[in-house]
Design a protein around this ligand. Sequence first.
Ligand code: R5P
Length: 228
Amino acid sequence: MSADAQKRHAGEAAALRVEAGMVVGLGTGSTAAWFVKALAARGLEGLRCVPTSEATAELARELGLTLSTLEDTPRIDLTVDGADEVGPGLALIKGGGAALLREKLVWEASARCLVIADKAKVVPVLGAFALPIEVVAFGHKTTANRIADVLADHDIAMPARVRMAERGLVRTDGGNLIYDAKCAAIHDPVRLADDLKLITGVVEHGLFLDLADEAIIGTDDGFDLLTP
Ligand SMILES: O=C[C@H](O)[C@H](O)[C@H](O)COP(=O)(O)O
């Protein structure tokens, strides 16, 4: 069976965790899209949804979900979102879809965070997926040099590369750039997260540590549950 079917199983199982009247954070990406569709199909009364990207907002709007913002609903009951890697203790790499900053803002405003993913995302050590780092566009090449220094300090020799699309530099919803750092293996995610945050010009990084309360991992015939 395909990864897409596993993502659907996880998304549908997560939608059953939502109750009428909740404020729900909507993640970004292909797995989160399955959740958004399944949630809309439930037709629960009184839901308010805070999307983590313009793409998710558009999908949710099309499906008739009621949208809100972090400004209007700063307290979120439950956020459901995908991940690029799910490591030990539910440490995550996120940001493959360039939504990491809004995602982290929504996650941190949430009473409970549920990560949904297909089986291939579960890894023994984070780092095979290139770590996304969101950087302000002004002076980004000098910021990239400082990022390279930090990576070298973590025995990561490859400098991070700016993310490109067919039509040029990828811009986040906030207008920033993404650098992707091929780490291979991140041995000390807490220290790397702290060191990256200290760099002037870095807005956020895709390490989500101590944020996920539970993971629903889609399988071919259902799903498995993981806790930190
Ligand atoms: O920026 C994007 C997000 O962090 C996504 O949740 C992540 O990239 C996983 O996406 P997908 O479910 O499409 O693999």
